[in-house]
Ligand binder design. Sequence first.
Ligand code: NAP
Length: 501
Amino acid sequence: METLRSFSGGRWAAGTGSPQILLNPATEAPLAQASSEGIDLAAALEFSRRTGGPALRALTFAERGALLKAIADAIQAERDALLELGIANGGNTRSDAKFDIDGAIATLLAYSEIGIGVLGSKKILVDGEGIQLGRSARFHGQHISVPRQGVAVHVNAFNFPAWGFAEKAAVALLAGMPVLSKPATSSAMVAHRVMQLIVEQKLVPEGALSLLVGSPRDLLTHLGAQDVLAFTGSGDTGMKIRALPNVIRHSVRVNVEADSLNAAVLGADAAPRSDMYELFLKDVVRDMTQKAGQKCTAIRRVLVSSQIMNEVKGDLFELLAQIRVGNPADEETRMGPLATKSQLEDAHKGIALLNGKLAYGNLDRQPKGFFLSPILLESPGEAVHEHEVFGPVASLLPYESNAGEVVARGNGGLVCSLYSEDQSFLEETIAAVAPFHGRIFIGHPKIELSPGPGTVLPQLVHGGPGRAGGGEELGGPRGLAFYLQRTALQGPRPAIQKLLG
Ligand code: NAP
């Protein structure tokens, strides 16, 4: 069995103590083991700050962009092997695994392009226009943004081991901050292999990128005022992290991407069998079943006008019945298992909590593997607006004329999708749901190759208020702000202009 090692302090180190065993979630066969015991985490962070930080800050944005391109190329060259790892360790179908690996490559390339093509040979970001502050033009103000001098710690969820690693690392490295990335232990094999490629090929300066495999232990208690922490995972863990005394005392900058009760709303103008209606059904089924519904952006609440609810239910039933659940190593499989036994237990508990009537699916357990059939519920209880079931589970909710109000009861989400061409319905619903969401997806059948609401694009922000963690990532150059300190320069204009070239 492979032992996954951490790469910290510029070297590989295996943990001591009793390791966590990583399984194939379809067969429960052990694949690898990992432990972080015995690794000096305070020293690892200090190495990143002292070695990786200065090395990155010495580079221009274009040079940092070139590092990202090299990482993307290395992943691309190893793509087939990484897909196999995602299938074995993540329970991903080949298409699920592509979503993760190709998403990682695309995000790295998008930020590489921002570095090389947009920000270029600068090391400091000039923020907005200069401002005349006094009667004469001599007294001048200018906002600038510079890289923080700490380390960016990234704690990732199990569902996107490659994309999660890459989307955070791309932005931090481009901004000029060294990264210590901690993948979720259960699915860490993909991130571990990506790190091996980066180290073997010496793609980044020493100390610029580290990987901690296994428990985070006391890692976060060593964070200080110049460090930042970007976390993706459950709301409960997010809450614990925010409450750490050193995080509060040193005002450590924290970004949390947590739970989300994403809603899809079918407008009353989208008649059954219309192209819009078919697109809606397709997106709902894709989100329920892609990665076995373990996507933070997956549709959980399906809002349909009460007049056509029965029709929608019947059509979804038919489409879901075509989804073959099984071992993703089998090419016929359309949906694999959940990632771990505890995810499966949580999903069963969550379904019970939603307290709905089973419109599709069954709750049978398989003798081996963490399988769950797609589950469509109707008439759920109020918990449907409060509890996220992280699996292939969605609930049907009828609405009359108050779709926006119903959606907003989720109290903060990553994405809400609307399927309508009725402009006044769109305006009214967007006004009602926009304050509660980081992104609104407007479905249209004429948008070719639409990735649906579940795909996070590097050009647009990812995150959401309230339940979703209150965070924001990506969004093109906007994403850099988290890793930079904005400083206002005020003084004589010639001196400031000379300073900024
Ligand atoms: P989790 O238990 O919170 O774990 C997430 C990460 O946090 C893992 O790397 C985990 O490490 C680490 N962790 C756990 N306890 C920690 C602690 N006390 N201090 C520091 N790190 C800690 O979440 P999960 O249940 O695996 O993930 C599923 C959840 O993530 C879902 O609720 C989903 O909505 C959310 N999610 C959100 C997004 C988003 O972008 N908004 C994306 C994906 C998933 P170990 O694996 O070693 O325990």
